[in-house]
Ligand binder design. Structure first.
Ligand code: M6R
Length: 369
């Protein structure tokens, strides 16, 4: 039941501190401050040469975010591909590849077909699934559960952050098994991850600032989302969320790509949502904000360092709205910044009056091609 919430989506967004906590607990031992022994016993990442992640929609973006962390912290090459492309293009497989299907339902037709193809090729397979009795859970060699609980809203929210929780925990496992980090560094990363549910809860307080910009956003015909590093796939996820439930056309781009085409779209009618935590790439993203503002674009910037946002003079300054996020370690920023992008889509859709939980033309689980 929805309880005091207007929609299942809103309820599920607010459940994320608990759903992430449950998922993290399945992977991490808070007493030992380490990845749990049963998870370590199930896989040896030091024997794995490459990871191939296959997924659709939001699960694909979770996989795309995980890729940054697997490569950076575990030195493990990762390919991520939408299952509908992977399954039909005869991919060349590197021996020693672990295929990882990511799926809330565990039943998505393309992801399942891709997983089966990988098995036929003799690859070791794993499935990150929320429905633990699903076909993917049964057929993969290894089942890595998420514990989001049943997700009713067609737009995925808590399943996405549960996937991130599981995948980032596995990154710590991989980094340790591949001797990229010490036990001490493992303990630190585990602590950072275990702190995420509290920060996700804090991020819910952004609701008030977000509702101040969503009326304007609901009048837009097109919206652009920008991010760098692992905030790039989060920008894509933000654009998908907005499209799905508000029917507003939205596109996500890597912020560095702005000059290579999308900047031509910027005008006062095309709001730009910029996801910019205070990380190594902040200054670069901030300069993209200036480029957009200089062309009359309206910017909604989500950041934990509003004081570092370049002061824009005159009209350009007026068209910049900053939404302040809680500060966090860069490792868990994708988890924390998921909340504002979900709330942004949610409140925009509510202003438009669309059917948030059952958007037109969409099915919760795409079990036919
Ligand atoms: O059940 P799955 O995770 O395999 O579903 C994949 C996509 O169909 C799903 O994430 C879809 O994109 C959602 N509607 C996103 O909100």
């Amino acid at each position: 039941e929805k309880g005091s919430f207007r929609h299942f989506m809103e309820k599920e967004v607010h459940e994320q501190p608990e759903s992430c906590q449950r998922t993290l607990s399945a992977y991490l031992d808070p007493v030992a401050c380490a990845v749990r022994d049963d998870i370590k016993a199930g896989i040896d990442f030091s024997q794995i040469v490459r990871i191939q992640i296959i997924a659709c929609g939001t699960a694909f973006y979770a996989g795309s975010i995980a890729r940054y962390a697997f490569e950076k912290l575990a030195g493990l090459p990762v390919d991520v591909e939408v299952a509908s492309e992977f399954r039909y293009r005869t991919p060349a497989i590197t021996p020693g590849t672990l295929a990882v299907a990511v799926s809330q339902s565990g039943e998505t037709a393309d992801t399942l077909a891709a997983l089966r193809w990988c098995k036929e090729q003799g690859m070791h397979t794993a499935a990150v699934v929320n429905v633990h009795s699903s076909t993917m859970a049964r057929e993969a060699d290894l089942m890595w559960p998420t514990h989001a609980g049943p997700e009713i809203g067609v737009a995925s929210t808590k399943a996405f952050t549960a996937q991130l929780s599981a995948l980032l925990s596995l990154v710590v496992c991989a980094a340790r098994q591949r001797s990229r980090i010490t036990a001490h560094e493992e303990a630190h990363l585990v602590q950072v991850l275990l702190g995420a549910p509290g920060l996700i809860a804090e991020a819910m307080a952004m609701d008030a600032e977000i509702t101040r910009v969503t009326y304007d956003l609901s009048k837009a015909r097109d919206v652009i989302y920008l991010g760098r590093g692992d905030m790039y796939p989060l920008a894509l996820e933000g654009a998908l969320k907005l499209k799905e439930i508000s029917y507003i056309h939205a596109e996500g781009y890597a912020a560095g790509e702005l000059k290579h085409g999308p900047i031509a779209l910027i005008d006062e009618n095309t709001p730009v949502v910029v996801i910019a935590p205070d990380d190594a790439l902040f200054e670069k993203t901030a300069s993209n904000v200036q480029e957009v503002a200089a062309r009359g674009g309206r910017v909604i910037m989500i950041t934990n360092v509003p004081e570092k946002v370049p002061a824009l003079s005159g009209d350009a300054g007026k068209s910049l709205k900053v939404i302040t996020a809680p500060s966090c370690d860069a490792f868990i920023a994708p988890l924390v910044y998921s909340v504002p992008i979900q709330l942004l889509a949610y409140h925009t859709a509510v202003h438009k009056g669309t059917d948030v939980d059952q958007p037109r033309n969409l099915a919760k689980s795409v079990t036919v091609e």
